[in-house]
Structure formats: C-alpha cells, structure tokens
Design a protein around this ligand. Sequence first.
Ligand SMILES: Nc1ncnc2c1ncn2[C@@H]1O[C@H](COP(=O)(O)OP(=O)(O)OP(=O)(O)O)[C@@H](O)[C@H]1O
Length: 615
Amino acid sequence: MADRPPRIHLDNADLTRGHPLVVLFRLIRDERRRVVMATASSIINKIFDVMPEILIGIALDVVVRGEASFVAQLGLSDPTDQLIALGIATFLIWFGESLFEYIYQVLWRGLAQDVQHRLRILCYNHAQYLPTRFFEEQRSGNLVTILNDDINQLERFLDGGANTLIQTFAAVILVGTVFFIVSPLIAVVAFLPVPAIIFGAFWFQKRAQTRYDTVRARAGQLGAKLTTNLQGLATIRAFGAEERETEALSQESVGYLTANRAAIRISSAFIPIIRMAILSGFLATFLIGGWMTLNGTMEVGAYGLLVFLTQRLLWPMTGLAEVIDLYERAMASTRRILSLLNEPIAKDEGTHDVAVDGRFALKNVAFRYETSNGGVNGIDLDIPAGHTVALVGPTGGGKSTLIKLIGRFLDPQSGSIALDDVTLDRWTIKALRRSMAWVPQEVTLFAGSVADNIAYGRPDASRDEVIAAARLAEADSFISALPDGYDTSIGEYGQKLSGGQRQRIALARALLLDPRILILDEATSAVDNETEAAIQRSLAKMRGQRTVILVAHRLSTVVHADTIHVMEQGRLTQSGTHAELIRQPGLYRTLWSIQTGEAPRESATVEDISKAARS
Ligand SMILES: Nc1ncnc2c1ncn2[C@@H]1O[C@H](COP(=O)(O)OP(=O)(O)OP(=O)(O)O)[C@@H](O)[C@H]1O
C-alpha cells in the first residue's frame, strides 16, 4: 500500500478535527480490514502466549494425580500418553505463537510505515500551499523537524504501542477468566492491584504530557538552529564564529537535553512503582493459594497454574509504562503535526483563467507586516502590457513587498491590484503562476541535469526548446562547455557554477515558460558585469513582447526601462524614464551620481550612461 499515492486533502478541516488519536485512525480509515486483521493476530498471539502456563498447571496435575488427572478425564488414562499429548500441544502452541507474532509484527509495523508516509506527504504538500507570510514567521528548520522527527515519533508508537495495548487488554480478559474458573477468591485478590496500576498509568500520563510537549518544542528549536547554521557555514567560517556558534548550539542542545531529563525522571519512576503493586497481587496469590493447597481445598496443578498466571497478568502491565511513554511523545508530536495541518492555506477561490495580456493596475494599495512597521502604502501604479518597468530605491523601501503583492504571494490589506482589469483574487492561482515567471536573486537549482533545471517549469519541453531558452538567456555557450553539456549533473557540478552562471540558468528557466510577465527580483545585484550585460541583451530582445518588472539596486540595469519608479519608505516617490529622472532633483539623480561617480551630463545617451555605470 505504501506504493499507492496518498489521498491528499488540501482542506484538512475535517481530517484533523478531534483528539490526535482519532485523527490517526481517520488517516487510515481505508485500512480497516488490515487493522482488524492486525488486532486479531495480536489477540491470537496472546492466547497462545498464556497457554504454556496453563500447560504447566496441567502437567503438574498429570504427575501428581496420574490417572485421576484433568487430562485423564478427557479420555487419555495412561500418564505417559498424557505427557506425550501435552508435549504435542506445547509444540503446536509455540508454533502458533511464533506464527501470529510474525503476522502481527508485519501488519502493525506496515501500518505504522503507512501512517508516517501519509502524514509526511500530507504535511509537506500542505506546507507548499501555505501563505508566504507563514514562512516569514517560521524558522524552516522547525518545519523540517516536524516533517522528520515528529513523524518518526509517531511511527515508533504505532510500531509496537498499539499491539502492546491490545495484548495487555486481552491478557486481563483471558487470565481473569481462567482465574475466576479456578478460584474466584484468588481472582479477586490477584486483580486488586489492577486499578492501582491503571490509576498510576493515568497519573503518569498527565504529568508526562506537558513535559513531552516541551521536549518536542525544544527539538523544533534545535532543528531550526542546526539548519540555519549548516546553511550559513560559510559565513560562520568567514567571521571566525565557530566557537561562538558551537556555544550557541550547545545551549539549544542543553535546552533539549534538560527538557528530556525532566520527562525521563517521570517516566523512569513508573516501572518501580508498578512493580510494588504487582508484588502485592503476586504475594496474595502465592500465600492464599499455598494455604488453600495445604488445606486440600486446591489442587497442586491449579496452584501452579495461578502462580504462573499472576505473572502473565501483571508483568505485561509494566509494558504499559513504555507504551504510555511512547504514546505521550507521539501525541506531543501529533499536536505539532496537526498545528501545521491546521494552518490555513493561501486562498485560491478565483475562477478567472484565460490568456493573459500582462497589464497591471494598482489602486491605493497598502500592506503592512504584522511583525514590523514595514510594508507599502498608497501605491497607485499602472503597468501597460509589454512595458518594462523598474523599481529602484533604498533598502527597505518596499520593492520586494510590492512585487510579492503583484505576484499574489501576499494579499493587500486595502486597495486593489488588477491584472488585465480583473483583480488578482478573481484569477486562479494556477493562471497567475502560469503567466508570471520569476528570476530571483538567490537561484535554487535542484538535483538533475542542467537541462532538467531549465525545464523545471515545463518538464515536457523538448531539448530544442531548452537550448533556445538558454540561448535567449545567453547561457548556451557556457553550458555547452560543461563536461556533459546540457546533461551535466547539477548534483556533481552545481557548486562549481558561478553566481552569474546560475543566474543565467534561472533566466533561461523563466524564459522557457514564455510568460506574459517576467519578474526579476534583484536578479543582477550579485552578478558580474558580463552576466549583467548578457541579461540586459536578453531583456532588450524581448522588449514589447512581454511585461517585465525588475527590481534593481544597480541603476545600470534599469536605464532601458520604459518607466522607472523610485520607492522610499513604502511609497512611490518618483516615476519616469531614466532620461526624465536624471534631470530632476531627487533620490534617483543622487543615487545615479553615487553609482557612476560623476554628475550626469544632460546630453549623455542611455548607452553612455549604461557604460559609465558598469565600468
Ligand atoms: N517578512 C517580513 N516581516 C516583517 N517585516 C518585513 C518583512 N519583509 C519585509 N519587511 C519590512 O518591510 C519593509 C519593506 O521591505 P522590502 O523587503 O519590501 O524592501 P526592499 O525595498 O525590497 O528592500 P531591499 O532593497 O533591501 O530588498 C522593511 O521595513 C522591512 O523591514
């Protein structure tokens, strides 16, 4: 079944309602038959498991009472025949026990694997649709911990916990029945510790619960710190911060360790306490049964049977402690998993899904981040189809926020953004994603070949189409020079690609989509002059064919734009062509002077200026 793709519920509302355990069962509701078979195998195995004790009692009965024994009453009068029959029964019982142990192990552990597989895919899939804002507030390492660690905790519980619970319950019923048949008096005495054990288990569970919640939260923090540090290893090394970071990580690790110790102190106390309760039940059977046998009111075989069975009844209950321990850890993890699944996904309620022209109209758009005062305010902006529009301005001015709003990765809190006269919330997300291609500053390359990476948005693209896109992005010549050309593996070679080469692959990837709208988010900030010039040439070739929105710090990138908008403190403060802006006093002219190192000449052509800026 693990091969079957899991049923994905994007709307998890009805799936994740209720107690975590109920949610787990809901998750495997289509596996009812397997659960029933696994439960039956656990019970049958338990029946076989208590049989040897009964056989010991019967064997004692045979050797003590001979021809008057219980087995003799079944028709086997010769004690030797009785022993042989008992031997055969013992063999069959052990064989049956082993067989059903194998079956329940395979079934329960298989189910545990399926549950973890389904939850992992469900969570990952859900995470992909969460609003951008969620990730800006979460540390991604915490998400990795949920997807890995927390789901593994759950698997550990399901692996053996369900079986232990069922078998303990079955043992109480089975052994209790035998006890009541043989001696109701001893049955009552032997069962006296059971309520104490169950009470103890619940007492323990209550105390353990909060401690395990802390353990899981600490595990999330530790995972987040580890991920951040491993990703930023180059920076740590460059600043010689290794010792400081080891100390910081050690503090997180100590936090996790301390939380675990608190949980361990509670969980370790359970078995010794339960052992004392078991001792009282065992002693009662031992003494009262012995006294009754001495008095002749109980057979030796029955006495032996009860003494052995008390162990069978009470000892497995110590296993409850371990199960409750696993259960508490698993439920703490499940609560974290469910809190992720209950995060509302980004709204996709639009229905408009037609070919896109690429015309934007923003009216009085405002957006403010909850966790800072940053954002954008009062944005009025028209972007005609096929125009190249640039956003420039100081850091923190709101450029990235604005393009996230245009791409509908964020929704404005007031005002409206329309694409081709239809507000963004009325478009399907699919249509928006299909029409806009992004070239980010930080390029992510995935495992696979260079060609696979260029074709990431259109896996069905032919090799010719991939090469054409690479040519347009001026990436073809360096890709052809790689050891295996377009088939060069990114896994083996990715680290060796320069920032500029990665950037050109990203541009090719975007161009292969042939989007109506191309968004370059500081795509040229960190690249060499040659790559910047190459990207400029690519953009020049597609002028008028698609709407291009580019965010840039380097003004040389934007001189050719049809309109340049300057953003400061979340507002648009200047708009115009390069030639217009350079002539007016304002931030653009100041930035230009700083970047070129000279005051602009009014007669300078765009090409002159561009050259000056790049030199
Ligand atoms: N995820 C976030 N949570 C809270 N505040 C944010 C977040 N992202 C940005 N901000 C704030 O919003 C404001 C605008 O940021 P934004 O990233 O849009 O500016 P920018 O012009 O793109 O800057 P840069 O040129 O440095 O990329 C800043 O004050 C920033 O601190």
